[in-house]
Ligand binder design. Structure first.
Ligand SMILES: *[C@@H]1O[C@H](CO)[C@@H](O)[C@H](O)[C@H]1NC(C)=O
Ligand SMILES: *[C@@H]1O[C@H](CO)[C@@H](O)[C@H](O)[C@H]1NC(C)=O
Ligand SMILES: *[C@@H]1O[C@H](CO)[C@@H](O)[C@H](O)[C@H]1NC(C)=O
Ligand SMILES: *[C@@H]1O[C@H](CO)[C@@H](O)[C@H](O)[C@H]1NC(C)=O
Ligand SMILES: *[C@@H]1O[C@H](CO)[C@@H](O)[C@H](O)[C@H]1NC(C)=O
Length: 359
């Protein structure tokens, strides 16, 4: 049997994974573990997802085969999940810190590295939203679009764009892939590391122009920047902020609250999903349960090949390789996927990994 441990493929670059030093992860994880034990007892969920991790290692991707035909939403389950998640976080509030919570010069401790601090600069402060960018917003159907290469040749673009609210990850390019991924983006995440990886660290003017152009395409969508997770990206965040201000971009910046990741993790732990750190994709699903009656997931696929054995790229838009099971990785994407698959089968969300049917 071929090992599926390596080179898993799915959306979501980890939050700032690139900046970690392994030893620090170990320490912060330990720290989180103790912090979270109290929370796990709060909620008695009935989901009881069986997250026996071993089967992920034994089986191949076909373990997670699911069918989209005849999928039906279970509205009462959706409401139940929303209510359960609300005990841990209110996405309206936790989706972003707000300006009134800080003043320039305030020092905050990084969420996953409490010993390190960040100073709130004038630019950062001026870009904090006055009120939550998601306040009072409700949608009938939402798409959460992961970045897996499983989207290539899917022809899902039109279907994705037909949703009322489209969430994307890590400033993924869309125009060149519109037929498969669509172009609509109402909410898009951006790890600070993207500046280095996709925009040459803003070394020269053309990199900066490319970035400004990409952001201007977003119009007044929400740009969600996890700036307070770990030390390492603050320089990039500052550059991004000053480009937004200098070019008067309309994009609505948001910076996740300091408690968000712990709360999301706490919710999943109570459902017996033992993720060390939720991926951006899982964060987005968890947040969107607050705003969306029907959640459709695309581009989630943590395997190096599809059901037929064809290779699947980690990202649909680049050649990045990713070792999901290396010890340095804080994520458990196959476990997350297994969980989402269970939720699909129960009608809590719809997971599309195949081709989209043309209407
Ligand atoms: C979870 O799945 C494993 C592997 O399929 C199985 O052995 C175990 O009994 C299951 N546990 C529960 C609680 O269903
Ligand atoms: C929908 O979910 C509820 C709550 O989890 C459950 O009791 C019910 O049996 C489900 N209905 C269907 C049709 O699966
Ligand atoms: C943050 O602010 C403190 C106190 O104002 C200052 O001592 C420190 O050098 C600042 N750090 C950075 C990285 O700007
Ligand atoms: C800017 O940098 C990119 C790579 O980051 C390179 O492809 C491009 O040629 C450079 N442009 C100029 C004008 O130096
Ligand atoms: C932003 O506005 C332009 C021009 O109206 C439009 O072509 C584009 O699709 C919009 N972008 C998004 C992400 O909605």
């Amino acid at each position: 049997m071929r090992s599926i441990r390596k080179r898993w493929t799915i959306c979501t670059i980890s939050i700032l994974l690139i900046f970690y030093k392994t030893k620090e992860i170990a320490r912060t994880e330990e720290h989180q573990e103790t912090q979270l034990t109290g929370e796990t007892e709060l909620s008695l969920s009935r989901l009881m997802v069986n997250s026996s991790y071993k089967i992920l290692h034994k089986g191949r991707a076909s373990v997670f085969q699911h069918t989209v035909e005849g999928w039906k939403i279970n509205t009462s389950l959706v409401l139940e999940i929303r209510k359960d998640i609300l005990r841990f976080l209110d996405a309206e509030r936790d989706v972003s810190v707000v300006r009134s919570s800080f003043k320039p010069g305030d020092v905050i401790h990084y969420v996953l590295d409490k010993r390190r601090t960040l100073n709130i600069s004038n630019n950062l402060h001026s870009l904090l939203p006055e009120i939550s960018p998601m306040k009072g917003r409700r949608f009938k159907t939402c798409a959460v679009v992961g970045n897996s290469g499983i989207l290539l040749d899917s022809q899902c673009g039109r279907e994705i764009d037909s949703h009322d609210f489209v969430i994307r990850c890590n400033l993924a390019p869309v125009v060149e892939f519109a037929a498969d991924v669509g172009t609509k983006s109402d909410f898009i995440t951006m790890n600070p590391s993207v500046v280095q990886r996709a925009f040459g660290g803003f070394q020269n003017e053309s990199d900066r122009e490319k970035f400004v152009h990409r952001l201007s395409m977003l119009n007044d969508s929400v740009l969600w920047i996890p700036a307070f997770m770990v030390k390492g990206g603050e320089k990039h965040v500052e550059w991004v902020n000053s480009l937004i201000l200098k070019n008067k971009l309309k994009v609505r910046t948001a910076y996740p609250s300091l408690r968000l990741i712990h709360a999301v993790r706490g919710y999943w732990l109570t459902n017996k999903v033992h993720i060390k750190r939720p991926s951006t994709g899982l964060l987005m699903y968890t947040l969107s349960t607050r705003f969306c009656d029907e959640i459709h997931l695309y581009g989630f696929w943590p395997f190096p090949e599809d059901f037929s054995g064809k290779a699947v790229k980690y990202h649909y838009y680049d050649d990045l390789k990713y070792r999901y099971f290396s010890n340095a990785s804080p994520h458990r994407m196959p476990l997350e996927f297994k969980t989402l698959n269970v939720l699909h089968n129960k009608g809590a969300l719809k997971l599309t990994t195949g081709k989209c049917v043309q209407q």
